[in-house]
Design a protein around this ligand. Structure first.
Ligand code: FE2
Length: 197
C-alpha cells in the first residue's frame, strides 16, 4: 500500500469528492444563479473541514515566495484547484482574479484586505480586513468583489489554503494594482510546479 504522503494530489479522496462536486456545480449552475455560491461554499467547507488529505509535496513553502501548487485542472478548463502555501510573513500584491473563486483555509490563518481603485488607478482599502482561520471559506469574483491583498497572519509559521477558480487559473491573464496607481500590470501566475496535461 502506498504511504499517504506519496500519493499524488489527484488521488486524495477528499479532493476527488470536491472535484466531483464542482463538476456537478458547473454543469448545473453558474455564478449568476442563486444556488451557485452556497453550493460552492458548502463544497469548499467540506474540503477544508479536515486537514488530513493534502499531500506533503504540495504543502512545501518557499523561503521567498508564496507557492501555488496545482491540485486539479478540469479537462474542459471550467475550474481549477490550487494549494496556496504561505511562508512566514509572506503576502500577495494587490491583485484580481477575473473569474469566480473560493478560498478555504486548511492550516494556519490568512488575512485578506479588499480594495477598489480611484479614477487614477490608485487602490484604496474598502471595508475591514477579514481573517480566515482553519475551516473558514471566503469567495471572490468580478460580481461580488475581486480585488484584494492576502497575507499569512503568522510571522513565524506556514499557513496553507485551498483555492478553486472558475478557469485554469495558472493560465488566466489578470492584474496587479500598483500602490502608487497608474495602469494595472497584467500577469499570468502559472503554477509552482509543472502541470501534467
Ligand atoms: Fe486572490
Amino acid at each position: 500500500m502506498t504511504a499517504f504522503h506519496e500519493k499524488t494530489p489527484e488521488q486524495a479522496p477528499a479532493l476527488k469528492t470536491f472535484v466531483s462536486a464542482l463538476e456537478e456545480l458547473v454543469q448545473t449552475s453558474d455564478e449568476l444563479q442563486a444556488d451557485f455560491w452556497p453550493r460552492l461554499q458548502a463544497a469548499m467547507q467540506a474540503l477544508v473541514a479536515r486537514d488530513d488529505w493534502l499531500p506533503d509535496s504540495v504543502a512545501v513553502p518557499h523561503p521567498e515566495y508564496y507557492q501555488q501548487y496545482c491540485l486539479h485542472v478540469d479537462a474542459q478548463e471550467r475550474f481549477s484547484v490550487v494549494s496556496f502555501v504561505w511562508g512566514p510573513g509572506q503576502s500577495t500584491p494587490i491583485h484580481d482574479h477575473t473569474v469566480w473563486g473560493a478560498i478555504g483555509m486548511l492550516r494556519g490563518a490568512e488575512v485578506s484586505q479588499d480594495y477598489a481603485c480611484d479614477a487614477n488607478g490608485k487602490p484604496f482599502e474598502t471595508g475591514q480586513p477579514h481573517t480566515l482561520l482553519a475551516g473558514d471559506v471566503a469567495c471572490v469574483s468580478p460580481t461580488i468583489g475581486d480585488i484584494h491583498r492576502v497575507s499569512n497572519v503568522f510571522e513565524d509559521k506556514v499557513s496553507v489554503s485551498v483555492h478553486a477558480y472558475g478557469a485554469d487559473i495558472g493560465r488566466v491573464s489578470r492584474h496587479v494594482f500598483p500602490l502608487e496607481g497608474g495602469s494595472p500590470k497584467t500577469f499570468v501566475s502559472g503554477y509552482s510546479t509543472q502541470v501534467a496535461r
